[in-house]
Design a protein around this ligand. Structure first.
Ligand SMILES: C[S@@+](CC[C@H](N)C(=O)[O-])C[C@H]1O[C@@H](n2cnc3c(N)ncnc32)[C@H](O)[C@@H]1O
Length: 201
């Protein structure tokens, strides 16, 4: 598994700060409520939410990522009973319905086949509470086949969430300055969305 080696030998691979979409909305959700992080990596978002008083479920199929989070919880003397650390495949992870106030899938869906990512999105739409927020950062491509890795077509994610209130939505090209595993600068076409479940549904 590619990320085990990377996470074992490097800290803060995806940065020190929580992702920018989470920073924007986390304080709209009630502290003490449930946060789900799908493909949590080394836990920059999960640890941030734990520090801010949320109950966290952090899922990643890299055992080294999960191990790093456990270590950080210990070193930073955070509450281990408020974080559920799961080394699991998000493709088959059973998500409890109507439980979470924020669900975060930040740069993790592109590792799934498109059909599996769409299935997972259906599940997270059921798992988010009314007025809760779903954060997705994913990759885009003009043509996106259903039987290959998950790339979203232009405006596709917005259509999928047409029954939600779109708080922010952006498709753009970003320059990644490089990271362990892919150290040379490279570009990604991305979509970044925050969607809120509408209350009356
Ligand atoms: C680009 S990293 C992003 C990590 C984190 N969300 C962040 O932004 O810091 C993607 C993560 O998704 C995880 N991942 C990939 N496929 C997965 C799967 N099928 N189930 C669970 N985690 C997966 C990888 O192990 C990796 O940690």
């Amino acid at each position: 598994m590619k990320y085990n080696k990377i996470y074992k030998n490097n800290s803060n691979v995806w940065g020190d700060d929580p992702n920018e979409l989470l920073q924007k909305i986390y304080n709209q959700a009630e502290a003490g409520s449930e946060f789900l992080d799908l493909g949590c990596g080394q836990g920059r978002d999960s640890l941030f939410m734990l520090k801010n008083g949320f109950k966290v479920t952090a899922v990643d199929n890299s055992r080294e990522g999960i191990k790093k989070i456990k270590e950080s919880v210990k070193v930073e003397k955070l509450s281990i009973s408020d974080i559920n650390l799961l080394c699991k495949n998000i493709k088959i992870f059973k998500i409890e319905k109507n439980k979470y106030t924020i669900i975060n899938a930040f740069n993790s869906l592109q590792f799934l086949f498109k059909k599996d990512a769409l299935k997972l999105i259906k599940e997270i739409k059921k798992a988010i509470k009314k007025e809760g927020y779903i954060i997705i950062s994913g990759f885009t491509a003009k043509t996106a086949a259903i039987d290959s890795r998950c790339f979203f077509k232009p405006q596709e994610l917005k259509k999928i969430f047409s029954d939600f209130n779109i708080i922010s939505y952006e498709e753009k090209m970003i320059l990644d300055k490089g990271h362990p595993g892919k150290p040379k600068p490279h570009k990604h076409n991305v979509v970044k969305m925050i969607a809120q479940k509408i209350k009356i549904r």
